[in-house]
Design a protein around this ligand. Sequence first.
Ligand code: NAD
Length: 428
Amino acid sequence: MSATNYNAFETAQKQFDAVAEILELDGATRDLLRNPLREYHFSIPVTMDDGTVKVFRGFRVLHNDARGPGKGGIRFHPQETIDTVRALAMWMTWKCAVVDIPLGGGKGGVICDPHNLSAREQERLCRGWVRQVSKNVGPLADVPAPDVMTNAQHMLWMLDEFETLHGAKYPGFITGKPVGMGGSLGRTEATGYGVIFTVREALKEMGIRPEDTVAAVQGFGNVSQYAVQLYSQLGGKVTTVSCWDQADRKSYAFRKKEGIDLKELQGITDRFGGIERNKAMELGYEVLPGDAWIEQDVDILIPAALENEINAESVKRISDRVKIIAEGANGPTTPEADEVIRERGIFMIPDFLANAGGVTCSYFEQVQSNMNYYWEKDEVLGKLDSRMTAAFIAVSELSRKKKLYMRDAAYVIAIDRVVQACKNRGWV
Ligand code: NAD
């Protein structure tokens, strides 16, 4: 989103066009699916704390809802653009389809920097966003969630405004709510655990025991910490994690060849996933340059921090030992690096499959909220495992049968499901 010359929507359309060729889609279907079905652009006047009024620009894009109500987060970002929102909405359609949850793809945004807004101003902005689109979103139409720079508090303000306008309680209007206020148990763990459910299945197919594997992870935030937790429970050993150091304004990798101790590291990590370097050294960790995670002598690499981290340069440093890359982050691999990984025959678990545990659990939150009946954590995580495992097996089987790269196989399955839904409804 920060690069001014990078247009995410053009990238999303190119990816779609390539799969449309494989699926030999007709012109009308291509035209329908390479563009959003609906989009709303609106102005949100907000009374600021000093009494002046500032007008913010907001968006909601519904890419496709043939398979069910739209689903997707709302971002607050100063460089937000409609094309970014369009791309993210399209990717949500494919992500929901690949894990076969009955939802479509949506995304929203506001051009703003919440760092410069007081809590009250943010509340008015959230309520203003809902007032502009309250007739076009809702539990049966399009369900928002948190995303970059929005959180559970923003979701509650939005929910409250929606319920005030509609005169009743609709906890299924929005997800990402706190547990006890309509949120789901297991959401915190969902994305990281989901990554490892897919890694576990990949290892099973390869006939490798998790206990015999070693992994390196980029990042030490929500996705990374829960991925490390479940992978360790399965018997795997993580030797390296990395993080951004806010004080030094650079990243570091932390290595312990005999295996990191998750609890110990969590004890010296802040809420942004930053590890205290000096304390880590005292605990016997080697502190390496941030990009060292990628060159470790391991079987599994899990990028779980940022986009574009495995690129034409860094891909050359991936060890011959690496058998699996599981993309916890969104878009961590550039197309050039992806080509190299494909040629080297490394087993790729693509982002919109590997990290779909988050949206799958948001779907569970929505279901529970609509029923106003909430499940135990084990039930949530058990259902999550079934969904992720089934999705992984479907993609992997197609990949083998049609000799497709895993990313292409995942796209083929997702796009084909949406195409069939559009055709069954008689749209194209
Ligand atoms: P987070 O903010 O909790 O953690 C991010 C981690 O990355 C932190 O440890 C941070 O220090 C580290 N980091 C930042 N810059 C770095 C750098 N240059 N080098 C090394 N480490 C760096 O974020 P998260 O929720 O864990 O999300 C991580 C990725 O997963 C993002 O791409 C996000 O879009 C994606 N994702 C998250 C979820 C979810 O449910 N949290 C769902 C789907 C996808």
